[in-house]
Design a binder for this molecule. Structure first.
Ligand SMILES: Cc1cc2nc3c(=O)[nH]c(=O)nc-3n(C[C@H](O)[C@H](O)[C@H](O)COP(=O)(O)OP(=O)(O)OC[C@H]3O[C@@H](n4cnc5c(N)ncnc54)[C@H](O)[C@@H]3O)c2cc1C
Length: 357
């Protein structure tokens, strides 16, 4: 019999963020990963504290960045790689009105640290548009594919991950914790992303899932070192490669790339850049999105041995380290969860009303 403190189901951004909490606290773990979901592997990995559609601050952006930046830095040191590629983001203005909205928003106390109040009125070779750009600071890209791959390998080297499907029907609960096949643990934390739909303990949570597709292009004439944001993002990677995305599809629940997704991206991209490019890759995944745009974190109302860490939505990079820390402190030290992320909110009447509005 293998005795561990925690079983983690799912090793994407949520799972590895929770694993880090355990490692820091000298708690033991075993993770399960069946490669059924791809969200953390295909993510753009962008962190950006400003919602560029409305020029409003991202929920708790400042405090999330304060936890996330040292978190990724410590992983860079452990794995001796660069995960955090820092660059500014430039929003392409559509009109004079758009520029004016930028000036107004940059004065907002929660945005002054992040938005350059001066607009950039230059033409950049390869980018269409006559109204210039607005610049956001403290943005960048975490290479989530590299991070998740290295983390899984790290657990594999320590024999603390099993590459197999976790089968919920094998769980046995008792007063000492949980028994799963040959493993005894205090608790299980489910970090399954959209895979939560097959989890009989938590599949009643209002996670809807939004499929996203990206393409990677090679565009040697597009020499930009910032993230370009228009109707889509164009994200510099290296050697003339750019990741372009993403689509939003609320009905298709397969994590595979589609021809219609590719066409949608190409059509939009052709309105944003005017240099030749070649598509070299195409990916898809399901974002674990929630109607009220808040994570789903907490303990099962009936079985205190079971907990969930999910609903990271479109911003897993910024949110995951913070919510993993909150869940760990809740489980170990009974520190109350922020009500906005606690799954208990989903039972409340006002949430139900919003859900059906
Ligand atoms: C196209 C696209 C672009 C995105 N861009 C960004 C971005 O730029 N910035 C950003 O912050 N976020 C972005 N996101 C969102 C981000 O990817 C998610 O918020 C985040 O990755 C979710 O992490 P997760 O660990 O909760 O879920 P997942 O990454 O889905 O991980 C869940 C894991 O659980 C495993 N699993 C599920 N069920 C089982 C089971 N029964 N047994 C074993 N294993 C199981 C799955 O295989 C999977 O590996 C993007 C997403 C997509 C799809």
């Amino acid at each position: 019999m293998l005795n561990v403190d925690y079983i983690i189901v799912g090793l994407g951004l949520a799972g590895l963020s929770f694993a880090e909490q355990l490692i820091k606290a000298n708690q033991s773990l075993i993770a399960f990963e069946n490669h059924s979901q791809t969200s953390s592997l295909v993510a753009g990995g962008v962190y950006n504290p400003v919602i560029l559609k409305r020029y409003t601050p991202v929920w708790n952006a400042k405090s999330q960045l304060e936890v996330a930046m040292p978190f990724y830095q410590s992983l860079e040191e452990r794995f001796r790689v660069t995960l955090d590629n820092k660059f500014s983001t430039r929003k392409v203005f559509k009109s004079i009105e758009d520029q004016n909205n930028w000036y107004l928003a940059s004065d907002h106390p929660k945005l002054t640290d992040f938005m350059n109040p001066q607009t950039i009125n230059e033409q950049v070779k390869g980018i269409r548009g006559d109204f210039g750009f607005g610049e956001v600071y403290q943005t960048g890209r975490i290479d989530t594919h590299l991070l998740v791959s290295l983390y899984r390998q790290h657990l594999k080297n320590n024999k603390t991950i099993r590459s197999e499907e976790f089968k919920h029907s094998h769980i046995k609960l008792d007063q000492n914790g949980v028994l799963y096949k040959d493993i005894r643990a205090k608790k299980i934390v489910f970090c399954e992303g959209y895979g939560i739909k097959s989890n009989p303990y938590f599949n009643d949570l209002p996670l809807n899932g939004t499929k996203g597709e990206t393409i990677t292009i090679k565009a040697p004439e597009l020499k930009i070192n910032f993230l370009l944001k228009s109707t889509l993002f164009v994200l510099p990677i290296k050697n003339d490669l750019y990741k372009v995305g993403a689509t939003f599809n609320w009905t298709d629940t397969t994590p595979t790339p589609t021809e219609s997704g590719r066409l949608e991206l190409v059509e939009k991209l052709d309105k944003v850049i005017d240099v030749p490019y070649e598509i070299v890759d195409h990916n898809a995944g399901i974002r674990p999105t929630v109607k009220d745009r808040r994570p789903l974190v907490g303990i099962h109302p009936k079985y205190s041995q079971l907990a969930v860490l999910n609903g990271l939505g479109t911003r897993g990079v910024m949110i995951a380290p913070t919510v993993a820390k909150q869940l760990f402190e809740h489980l170990e030290y009974k520190k109350p969860l922020d009500q906005e992320i606690d799954i208990l909110r989903c039972k409340k009447k006002d949430f139900q009303k919003r859900l059906h509005s």
